[in-house]
Design a protein around this ligand. Structure first.
Ligand code: ZN
Length: 315
């Protein structure tokens, strides 16, 4: 089964697979998921085994992925009776549940999560990674179930995007699941807006199939296939990624690898972004600089809130 979260031994905290991906590509941290150990997120279950009872990761390091990233049991991973992550739990039809993201965060947090490294302790004997929280049994609170439950927020944009893309065949679910971004709360279905309808509402996650990626060596422009109609006239839509934005990006290497591959890819690719809304601008014509033409355009302000990926079935 897939794990919505896992306990990271090096971070001494519970993380999603999207947190792990974000850290793996982050050049400002020395995190490497291959050198970390991921354990069952259930505090009680984890306390019952030593730190060698680990989970494995799937798609933790692929820059481009098709199948939903996740943690899962290794063949020998053990759980205590009643642990909700025990592998005896199968999907109803017994098929692999790897095909979709089932953990829908209810909030996309715009500021990046900060991880506090566990200070290496002297004389660690590979024993219990963490004492289970000692909740007094007479305390009428839900503290225990809270600590075991799925983290409800994410600051990694890939997570809500994966929820949307991998569940695109289940519109009822997307229309039922709530999502909060900033002060705005809507459903997943309402928050994801096709680029051609960007005039409907501001502040959404816009997405569309990429027509072309213009590689200006140190900056890029992403052109969308669909056009925006205004006063019965069609206008092209694009987003611009500046040189400064890319140079200062903490995941620069992974990003450049991805966008350069995308620029020359023959496969249908989609761009998802949040934080800016393309607006009508007049730009000079290349052929005739005296003339201008209208285009809906925006400068991306945060590369953490932009994704280029395949998205089978979204159209
Ligand atoms: Zn467990």
């Amino acid at each position: 089964m897939k794990f919505d979260t896992a306990y990271s031994l090096s971070l001494d905290d519970k993380v999603s697979i999207y947190d792990v991906r974000d850290l793996n590509f982050d050049e400002t941290t020395d995190f490497d998921s291959d050198k970390d150990s991921f354990l069952c997120p259930s505090d009680a279950c984890r306390a019952a085994f030593d730190a060698t009872n680990v989970l494995s990761t799937f798609n933790a390091k692929n820059v481009n992925y098709l199948r939903t990233p996740h943690f899962k049991n290794k063949p020998g991973t053990r759980h205590i009776d009643g642990c909700r992550y025990a592998s005896s739990q199968k999907t109803a039809n017994g098929e692999s549940d790897d095909e979709r993201e089932e953990n829908f965060p209810s909030e996309f947090v715009l500021t990046r999560r900060q991880y506090e490294r566990k200070t290496p302790t002297v004389g660690t004997e590979g024993g219990l990674p963490q004492e289970p929280p000692k909740a007094p049994s007479n305390q009428a609170t839900t503290s225990h179930s809270n600590s075991d439950s799925t983290p409800d927020k994410t600051s990694v944009f890939a997570h809500p995007v994966e929820c949307y893309v991998s569940n695109i065949d289940d519109k009822d679910k997307l229309k039922a699941m709530p999502l909060k971004i900033g002060e705005h709360t809507a459903t997943y279905w309402a928050f994801f807006k096709k680029i051609e309808y960007l005039q409907d509402n501001k502040g959404l996650i816009y997405w569309g199939r990429i027509k072309a990626i213009k590689d200006y060596t140190s900056s890029f422009r992403i052109d969308f296939e669909k056009k925006v109609w205004l006063d019965k006239k069609p206008y092209s839509v694009n987003v611009y990624l500046s040189k400064k934005l890319i140079e200062n990006y903490r995941k620069r290497t992974a990003f450049l690898e991805q966008i350069k591959a995308a620029a020359s890819s023959e496969r249908p690719l989609y761009c998802f972004f949040y934080g800016v809304t393309p607006a009508l601008k007049q730009v000079p014509s290349k052929k005739n600089p005296e003339q201008t033409f209208g285009v809906f355009s925006a400068n991306i302000e945060n590369l953490d809130h932009l994704i280029i990926r395949e998205a089978p079935g979204v159209e």
